[in-house]
Design a protein around this ligand. Structure first.
Ligand code: PEP
Ligand code: MN
Length: 337
């Protein structure tokens, strides 16, 4: 349930509510809005709302009906906004761009990409060091070496790093380099991994599973939030359907629906979402117009020689063109790029 305090409620009244919750052995979740403080109580559902309703300066008590609680709009009406390294805003009016190759393939490849992206104003570079591949015979990523190159990119360019973590054992190692840890579609329901990511102090980019409903995505986010990490970014990356001309079917409606159901930032991955280079730009525009908070997009210095996902990667020139198009749309939508 959610306890809504009166506008401008005193600290004393708020602490009294928190004390009551803790006395019951439950966990309070405080969120301070512009006007009001609201306190979520996660745990025993048998508790009667009157128990809190009669405390001083409590306006009302509302039960959260959705199965996801901390991720829900009911618990927090304002959008969650994170600042990455005190600089890049994720979740607000700013449309954030994360771009880079599917995989870190070599020191030269990632440094060249980083330099080009930085020149174009991008602040966050993507690149997998650990790659979840369908075939065990294809390129599996450079692993530790890949992390080393990403670290060098960060030191040399100041770009923030988003990279995937595949298993619980790698969480520490990846956190030392990554500014955002990515959970791939195939791992969206890897609950031990989600729990481990709930205990770190880094934002987590959680991709929608390829056969997952939005409720399942939000329940996965709930695992991270309920373990103590409030910085979760949701990502629509397409789902599997009967359609064969595209790799996945990008669900543009997921963006406004997630924004309606949750306060968490929502970004789009038009690269995996379509699997077709020519569709990346139009789908990116649609995602921005639909209210996404940003994009994660695959960009490669020479897509034709990429070791993974070259067919859906943009080269620097077309990526630059895309940014120009997006700026125009952002302007029309009252957003900043
Ligand atoms: C990726 O971003 O490189 C990736 C593997 O994406 P997904 O998990 O969405 O397939
Ligand atoms: Mn990829």
């Amino acid at each position: 349930m959610v306890i809504v305090m009166r506008a401008g409620a005193s600290l004393k009244a708020i602490s009294e509510v928190l004390k009551k919750i803790e006395e019951l052995g439950l966990k309070p979740h405080v969120s301070k809005g512009r006007e009001r403080t609201i306190i979520g109580v996660i745990g025993r559902l048998t508790l009667e709302p009157e128990y809190f309703e009669n405390l001083p300066e409590v306006e009302k008590v509302v039960r959260i009906l959705s199965p996801f609680k901390l991720a829900s709009r009911e618990i927090k009406q304002d959008d969650s906004v994170f600042r990455l390294n005190g600089k890049v805003e994720i979740g607000g009016n700013h449309f954030v761009i994360m771009a880079g190759p599917c995989a870190v393939e070599s020191r030269e490849q990632i440094l060249e990409t980083a330099a080009a992206l930085k020149e174009m104003g991008v602040k966050i570079i993507r690149g997998g060091a650990y790659k979840p591949r369908t075939s065990p015979y294809t390129f599996q990523g450079l692993k530790e070496k890949g992390l080393e190159y990403l670290k060098e990119v960060k030191e040399k360019t100041g770009l923030a790093i988003v990279t995937e973590v595949l298993s619980v054992e790698d969480v520490d190692k990846v956190s030392q380099v990554a500014d955002i840890l990515q959970v791939g579609a195939r791992n969206m329901q890897n609950y031990p991994l989600l729990e481990a990511l709930g205990k770190i102090d880094r934002p987590v980019l959680l991709k929608r599973g390829m056969m997952s409903t939005l409720e399942e995505l939000l329940m996965s986010a709930e695992y991270i939030l309920s373990n103590g990490n409030p910085r979760v970014i949701l990502c629509e990356r397409g789902i599997r359907t009967f359609e064969k001309y595209t790799r996945n079917t990008f669900d543009v409606s997921a963006i406004p629906m997630l924004k309606k159901l949750s306060h968490l930032p929502v970004i789009a991955d038009p690269s995996h979402g379509t699997g077709v280079r020519d569709l990346v730009i139009p789908v990116s525009k649609a995602a921005l117009a639909a209210g996404a908070n940003g994009l994660i997009v695959e960009v490669h210095p020479d897509p034709s020689s990429a070791l993974s996902d070259g067919f859906q990667s943009l080269d620097f020139k077309s990526f630059g063109r895309m940014l120009e198009d997006l700026k125009a749309i952002a302007g029309a939508c009252g957003r900043e790029l």
